[in-house]
Design a binder for this molecule. Structure first.
Ligand SMILES: [Zn+2]
Length: 470
């Protein structure tokens, strides 16, 4: 295995954002022997300040090439074991490196589910590792079947960073409560996909104007909201028995569910949540062929839909479904006020066979780990997300959810060179040739996105370099 080692890399006068030290500004970074040998801020070291989020935006004349700490993903599916035709750890890792990621937590929705230490290890085993930190999330219940808890102690000892039955919400109330208590006793969070299948079974698109117009079966918002409210009540209950219980709600998509989390956090409950790039930037109107970003709608719904030739793209089928512009705006607002502490990709690669079918028969999921940063940068360019905040939501935010700040130590002299270089002014077109992952099931195919990742270094070694793609 020989990959180019950046023996000595000089990155002169880049815009640097480092949420760990709460610094942003123009700096020169030098990498030597896998470590950051020099970090020189042009105007001296910018003071760590409370106004980091608001006061650290690059100006017109600042460099467009940026250095960011390598990104951290809370939620990805690399389909190993079980579905190598869609992705495996090696291809997923390469895709992640292209996306600028240095650490990825992998969901246990493998086949079979990762409910046993040997399967947990398989979830992150790679034949050609690029050096990314891959973290297994263990199934909360045996087979993700929601009947009996998995051997959580053994799974924690085998390296699980969290427990989740992602995709299969735990329906049984006492089992959910026990999962919170057992995970909490091990110092690990329970990550829940909030959905009440009694309300969402067969749902194809968000309930509302678009689903009605297109004749798609509705997946009602209340299917998410009721699960969130229930889970918050059970967390409150579990804390009486286990004060270390922690709940993380993944890929929330509705304004009301986010309001419930906001209130729970204000109450002091140990609850966090994330939102996905597609829920902050896309709407269900995309299913009708409308390709405007969510923020280009304002808060108005489209007056009428004229389904175009692009309609019913099965790459838009995802769970929870894409929603209207107001819900997407609520997802961005949740990031801005800290209700959501992370952008998680929910990278869900699927082979063509699972997507080249009727809309309602298509597998749920979007392959998004290579486009997440660019989508976030598109939101930034539109004035929707401050740059420092979006970088935090892709680094320190997810690391904190996992209780592992070491994943996002940032850029420090003498520290490991885990970083990426991205040109926010450069565009790239998403297509089969530019994507590195094994599956290209993304509705962004053919779309020009801002933010080309030029280089990803992991421990100073090149995990991705733009020229490698041509
Ligand atoms: Zn899920």
């Amino acid at each position: 295995m020989s990959r180019p080692r950046a023996e000595r890399t000089l990155l002169k006068d880049h815009w640097v954002v480092d949420p760990a030290s709460r610094r942003a500004g123009v700096a020169t970074v030098e990498v030597h022997s896998g470590k950051i040998a020099r970090l020189e801020w042009r105007d001296g070291i910018v003071e760590a300040r409370r106004t980091f989020i608001e006061g650290a935006e690059p100006g017109q004349k600042d460099p467009t090439k940026m250095i960011l700490p390598a990104l951290v993903d809370l939620h990805a599916h690399f389909r190993q074991p079980g579905a190598g035709a869609s992705e495996d750890v090696a291809s997923g890792e390469a895709a992640a490196a292209h996306g600028g990621y240095g650490a990825v937590a992998l969901m246990p929705n493998s086949e079979p589910a990762a409910d046993h230490p040997a399967l947990l290890r398989e979830l992150v085993r790679s034949d050609s590792p690029l050096g990314l930190t891959l973290m297994p999330i263990a199934a909360a219940t045996l087979g993700r079947a929601g009947v009996a808890l998995s051997p959580m102690g053994e799974l924690a000892a085998a390296g699980a960073v969290a427990f989740s039955d992602d995709g299969s919400p735990i329906a049984d109330l006492s089992l959910f409560r026990n999962a919170l208590i057992s995970a909490g006793a091990l110092g690990l969070p329970l990550i829940e996909h909030c959905e009440d299948p009694a309300l969402t079974a067969g749902g194809e698109a968000a309930d509302g104007f678009v689903a009605t117009s297109l004749g798609l079966k509705p997946w009602p918002a209340v299917g998410e909201i009721s699960a969130v409210v229930r889970n918050i009540a059970l967390l409150r209950e579990a804390l009486r028995d286990e004060p270390r219980a922690r709940l993380h709600l993944t890929h929330l998509s509705t304004a009301t569910a986010l309001d419930a989390v906001r209130a729970a956090r204000a109450e002091g409950l140990p609850i966090t949540c994330d939102v996905t790039p597609h829920h902050i930037a896309l709407t269900d109107a995309w299913i009708a062929g409308d390709r405007r970003w969510a923020w280009e709608f304002g808060d108005r719904r489209p007056a009428e839909l004229n389904p175009s030739a692009d309609a019913y793209d099965t790459n838009l089928r995802v769970c929870p479904p894409l929603r209207n512009a107001a819900d997407a705006a609520a997802c961005r607002a949740a990031l801005r006020d800290g209700t959501a502490s992370a952008i998680a990709t929910d990278h869900a690669p699927h082979s063509r066979e699972k997507k080249e079918v009727e809309f309602g028969l298509a597998a749920n999921g979007i392959a998004g780990i290579e486009t997440a940063l660019s989508v976030a940068l598109a939101a930034h360019a539109a004035g929707e997300l401050p740059l420092s905040l979006l970088v935090a939501a892709l680094t320190t935010g997810p690391a904190a959810v996992l209780g592992r700040p070491e994943l996002a130590r940032g850029l420090t002299v003498g520290g490991a060179a885990n970083l990426l270089v991205v040109d926010r002014a450069a565009n790239w077109t998403v297509n089969r040739a530019t994507l590195v992952g094994r599956s290209a099931n993304t509705p962004l195919l053919g779309r020009k996105l801002p933010g080309t990742v030029l280089l990803t270094l992991i421990n100073g070694e090149v995990a991705w370099q733009a020229t490698m793609s041509s």
